[in-house]
Design a binder for this molecule. Structure first.
Ligand SMILES: Cc1ncc(COP(=O)(O)O)c(C=O)c1O
Length: 458
C-alpha cells in the first residue's frame, strides 16, 4: 500500500466507528484525522512520513519522551511475571507497595497515604469522594461544597467536568452537579488584571474571591478548594505572585481543605517534583497522573495528608471505593521505573533547571514578535498570547480563529503546539536536549511568522 492509500484506509476505518475525545465529529469526518504511526525521543511521525517535534509531550504527559527501552522492558517483564492482580480483599503487590513508598518520598511532608487509579479524572473523583467521606467521619456532614475556579480543568468524568470551570464541557451534559462553585477572576494577570493594578493586588483580588465565596456559602458548608498550581488546559495561566500563599492562608482560616490538582504540574513539569513545591504551599490533598508514568501506562493517584487519612484508616467502616485497575502491577512497575529515570537523568534538578532556563529564555525572546502580546511560563511550560495590538491587547479574532491558524502552521512547520482561543501552549518532554529546544523555537517562530502574514491585514 502506498503511504497515501494507507492514510486513506486508516481514515476510513476511523471515520466508520470511532468517536474521539473533545471533537466536533462532522468536521473531523470531513477532513479526516492525522494518523500518528510511531514516535521516538521528542518526535512523532505520521502516516505521510512527516517528522514532527512534539511540543506538547503528547497530552502534557510524556516526560521521558517516546520509545524508552527501559520502560518498555519493565512493562514486558512485569506482564510476564504478574500480568494482573487486584488490591481488594486484603492483598497487595510489591509494585503497588513500592510505588506508594516512592511517591510518599517525593510529596511534601505529611502527604503520605494514597489510592491509585488509572486517569486524572478518576483520581479527582476519588479525591472528591474521600473529602466528602472525611467530613462525614468528622461529624460535619453539611461541609460538602467544593470551590473551584473559572477556566479550571479537572477532567471529564461527571465529577471532573463539575469541578472544571469550562462551560462548553458542562451545559451540554447538564453539569455541573450541585455543590460545585466556580470563582473568578481566573488568576491570569495578563488576561484579567485591571489597568493600573499591580500583580500583587491582582493576586489578592483573586484570593479574596475565594474568601467571599466561602463567606457567602458559610464556612461550615465548604469542604475544599481545588486548583491546578499552574492552570493548564483552560489557558496555561501561571499564578500571579503571592497568589498561592494567600489561598493557603484563607483555606486554613476557614478550615477548608486545600486540594492541589497536580495532574499536569507533577513529576518535574514546573521544576520541582510537584507544582505546590514550586509555588511553596502545602495542600491537604494532591491528585496526580500523566507524568507519573510518562504516559507509558495509565496510572494516577490521590494522595491524602495525615489529617485527612487518619480518620479513614481508623474507621470501622469499609472505605467502599476503588477500581479494578487501582494499582495495576504493570502500571505501577512502569511508574516506578519512570520516577527512577527522572531522578537518574536529574530532570528534577540540574538538567531540568538547565533545560528550563534555555526554554524560558527562548520563550521570553518571542515577546518581541509582532503578533505576540505576552509570553509566560515556568519550568517546561510556556504560553504565547497572540494579539493584534500589543498595547491594548486587542485580539485578531474573538473565537480563537487565529489560534487555529497558528496551530495549523505549527503542524506544517513540523512542531506540535496547542491552542486555546488565542493562547498557544508549549509543554515539551522533559528530556528535550538543548539543540532540540533551539529547534522547537525555530519552528514555533516560523509558525508565528506565517500566522502573522495571514492575519495582519485583518
Ligand atoms: C489538571 C488536570 N486534571 C485532571 C485531568 C484529567 O486527566 P485525565 O484526562 O487523565 O482523566 C487533566 C487532563 O488534562 C488535567 O490537566
Amino acid at each position: 500500500m502506498t503511504t497515501s492509500n494507507y492514510t486513506r484506509h486508516i481514515r476510513e476505518l476511523d471515520n466508520a466507528n470511532h468517536l474521539h475525545p473533545f471533537t466536533t465529529h462532522h468536521e473531523l469526518r470531513e477532513k479526516g484525522p492525522r494518523v500518528i504511526t510511531h514516535a521516538e525521543g521528542v518526535y512523532i511521525y505520521d502516516s505521510e512520513e512527516n517528522k514532527i517535534l512534539d511540543g506538547m509531550a503528547g497530552l502534557w504527559c510524556v516526560q521521558l519522551g517516546y520509545g524508552v527501552e527501559e520502560l518498555a522492558q519493565t512493562a514486558y517483564e512485569t506482564l510476564k511475571k504478574l500480568s494482573y492482580y487486584n488490591l481488594f480483599f486484603q492483598t497487595t503487590t510489591p509494585y503497588a507497595a513500592e510505588l506508594a513508598a516512592l511517591i510518599a518520598s517525593k510529596t511534601p511532608d505529611g502527604l503520605n497515604q494514597m489510592l491509585f487509579s488509572s486517569s486524572g479524572s478518576e483520581a479527582n473523583d476519588s479525591a472528591l469522594k474521600l473529602i466528602w467521606y472525611y467530613w462525614n467521619l468528622m461529624s460535619k456532614p453539611e461541609k460538602k461544597a467544593i470551590i473551584s475556579r473559572q477556566r479550571a480543568y479537572h477532567g471529564s468524568t461527571v465529577a471532573g467536568a463539575s469541578l472544571s470551570g469550562l462551560p462548553f464541557m458542562q451545559g451540554i451534559f447538564d453539569l455541573p452537579l450541585p455543590r460545585f462553585h466556580h470563582i473568578g477572576p481566573t488568576p491570569c494577570f495578563y488576561q484579567y488584571g485591571e489597568p493600573g493594578e499591580s500583580e500583587q493586588d491582582f493576586a489578592r483580588r483573586c484570593a479574596k474571591a475565594l474568601e467571599e465565596k466561602i463567606l457567602e456559602l458559610g464556612p461550615e458548608n465548604v469542604a475544599a478548594f481545588v486548583g491546578e498550581p499552574v492552570m493548564g488546559a483552560g489557558g496555561l495561566m501561571t499564578p500571579p505572585d503571592g497568589y498561592w500563599r494567600e489561598i493557603e492562608r484563607i483555606c486554613r482560616k476557614y478550615d477548608v481543605l486545600l486540594w492541589s490538582d497536580e495532574v499536569i504540574c507533577g513529576f518535574g513539569r514546573t521544576g520541582s517534583w510537584f507544582g505546590c513545591q514550586t509555588y511553596d504551599f502545602t495542600p491537604d490533598i494532591m491528585t496526580m497522573a500523566k507524568g507519573m508514568s510518562s504516559g507509558y501506562q495509565p496510572i494516577s493517584a490521590v494522595v491524602l495528608n495525615d489529617r485527612v487519612s487518619r480518620p479513614i484508616i481508623e474507621s470501622d467502616t469499609e472505605m467502599a471505593h476503588g477500581y479494578t485497575y487501582s494499582g495495576h502491577p504493570v502500571s505501577c512497575a512502569v511508574a516506578i521505573k519512570n520516577i527512577e529515570m527522572i531522578e537518574e537523568k536529574r530532570l528534577v534538578g540540574e538538567r531540568g533547571r538547565a533545560a528550563a532556563d534555555r526554554f524560558q529564555a527562548h520563550l521570553k525572546a518571542l515577546q518581541e514578535h509582532p503578533i505576540v502580546g505576552e509570553t509566560r511560563g515556568v519550568g517546561l511550560l510556556g504560553a504565547i498570547e497572540l494579539v493584534k495590538n500589543k498595547e491594548t491587547r486587542e485580539r485578531y479574532s474573538s473565537a480563537g480563529e487565529t489560534g487555529v491558524i497558528c496551530r495549523t502552521h505549527c503542524f506544517n512547520s513540523g512542531v506540535v503546539m496547542r491552542a486555546v482561543g488565542e493562547t498557544m501552549f508549549l509543554c515539551p518532554p522533559l528530556i528535550i536536549s538543548d539543540s532540540e529546544i533551539d529547534e522547537l523555537f525555530m519552528r514555533v517562530t516560523r509558525a508565528l511568522d506565517l500566522t502573522f502574514k495571514d492575519v495582519r491585514g485583518a
